[in-house]
Design a protein around this ligand. Structure first.
Ligand SMILES: [Zn+2]
Ligand SMILES: [Zn+2]
Length: 425
């Protein structure tokens, strides 16, 4: 072995996604495309970087993301740029920038791709992670909240992920929230010395966030804090009740979590989270809500809007544990169904013809180009091929190829066109 000239590894917290993991990802994404498409959502692709200001304005300067986790830098032109920490801000920016509000409402989009947060990488939290999400603009009716939540649950079910629970809450409009913030300040004020430094900052900027703190003492103190549900104005109350009534009517199981506030500033009224009992502390796999004020804050017309995002890494982890998927991986997880071993140059062309015929029928075929017959067969076995087909000079003359079923040990001779029939025995 010669000494390598260079050695590289990926950036800290920015990992590769390798097969067979990517097979899980594809399955999740195709479930999303199918379910979202049937609900009238089309894909939008926005850039991975935006002006930092976009996220400061939308996510909110008091949020943990903006305060501590933005992946920001100054480019060569001196512009403040951030890798997107989430998908909504970019979609709203595009919606307003391209004057999409003039199109008939509602306008519905879904997106997928990498997101970035600059925090210390730890289990379940990387600097680059992936989300798949949806946004709906121009619908204020609570029916759309219910429909969006049901679309999310249908997608997760279609992807094959079980054991999920849905939590719902309403965090009201600016009017009811102003009253709630005062009640929170009155409650937390006497406890300030016991709250963590972050929560002391949150107390001034946005006391709702104290309810989101992960520090144990803060959680204990927050346990008896007033609930937003007691501060909702009549319209917000009615909206939330309608959403819940529709979910109940549609037999979508949910629990109201009156303590859920979500980590982003832009939410109004309905918020929701989907959790898995199998993920430990980082148990949210998808979350979203309404953000009726964000479009106008971005210079667009007043446009009610709502959306959600789901974390691909967590979904893939859950899917990998599903028994159904384990079976699927057995069958298609990178293993060729047919391994063709050509011997000699003329056999190579015959192998390509046979492989082409089978591949056009969706059969996964590997051609073993390199090595002796013995090493080809060993490789077919290692790869987990179901069937090996050998094409040598004799086989070329007779048109009958030798085959062996590596699972059952059966073998025989067969014409090229008949090979697929061996797979469905
Ligand atoms: Zn309200
Ligand atoms: Zn705290």
């Amino acid at each position: 072995m010669t000494k390598p000239r260079f050695t590289f590894s990926s950036l800290k917290g920015i990992p590769d996604v390798l097969p067979p993991e990517t097979i899980l990802w594809n399955k999740i994404e195709s479930a999303a495309c199918e379910v979202f498409g049937s609900c009238g959502y089309d894909e939008i692709r926005t850039p991975v970087m935006e002006p930092s200001e976009l996220f400061l304005r939308s996510i909110g300067e008091s949020s943990d993301i903006v305060a501590k986790e933005m992946y920001s830098f100054t480019d060569k032109g001196g512009r403040g740029i951030s890798l997107r920490p989430e998908g909504t801000a970019g979609v709203v920016r595009a919606y307003v920038e391209h004057n999409l509000p003039v199109r008939p409402a509602p306008q519905k989009f879904f997106y997928r791709g990498p997101m970035f947060r600059y925090e210390r990488p730890q289990k379940g939290r990387q600097r680059q992670f992936h989300q798949i999400g949806a946004e709906c603009f121009g619908a204020s009716h609570p029916g759309m909240d219910a429909e969006l939540v049901m679309m999310l649950m249908a997608f997760l079910e279609k992807a094959g992920i079980s054991g999920l629970s849905l939590e719902m809450n309403s965090i009201g409009c600016p009017e009811c929230r102003a009253a709630f913030k005062e009640r929170l300040r009155a409650y937390f004020g006497p406890h300030l010395p016991e709250l963590c430094p972050d929560c002391n900052r949150r107390f001034e900027q946005n006391p709702l966030r104290i309810l989101d703190c992960k520090v144990e003492r803060c959680i204990e103190i927050g346990a008896d804090a007033p609930l937003i549900s007691e501060s909702l104005c009549p319209e917000c109350r009615r909206h939330f009740d309608s959403v819940l009534a529709l979910l109940t009517a549609m037999k979508t199981p949910y629990a109201v979590n009156p303590r859920m506030v979500r980590g982003l500033d832009y939410y109004t009224r309905t918020v929701f989270e989907v959790k898995s009992g199998r993920l430990g502390a980082q148990n949210a796999v998808a979350a979203g809500g309404r953000y009726d004020l964000l479009v106008s804050e971005f210079g667009g017309p007043e446009t009610p809007a709502l959306g959600f995002a789901a974390g691909m890494e967590r979904l893939a982890k859950l899917l990998a544990e599903e028994t159904l998927f384990k079976d699927l991986m057995e069958k298609t997880g990178g293993q060729p169904e047919v391994f063709i071993a050509p011997l000699g140059d003329a056999a190579g062309a015959a192998a390509l013809v046979s492989a082409g015929l089978m591949r056009s029928r969706g059969i996964r075929v590997e051609i073993g180009w390199d090595g002796s017959l013995k090493s080809k067969l060993r490789r077919a076995d290692k790869m987990g091929a179901k069937l090996v087909v050998i094409i040598g000079e004799d086989e070329l003359k007779s048109g009958m190829y030798k085959w062996k079923d590596l699972k059952s040990g059966e073998s025989g001779e067969i014409g090229a066109a008949e090979i697929p029939g061996l797979l469905s025995r």
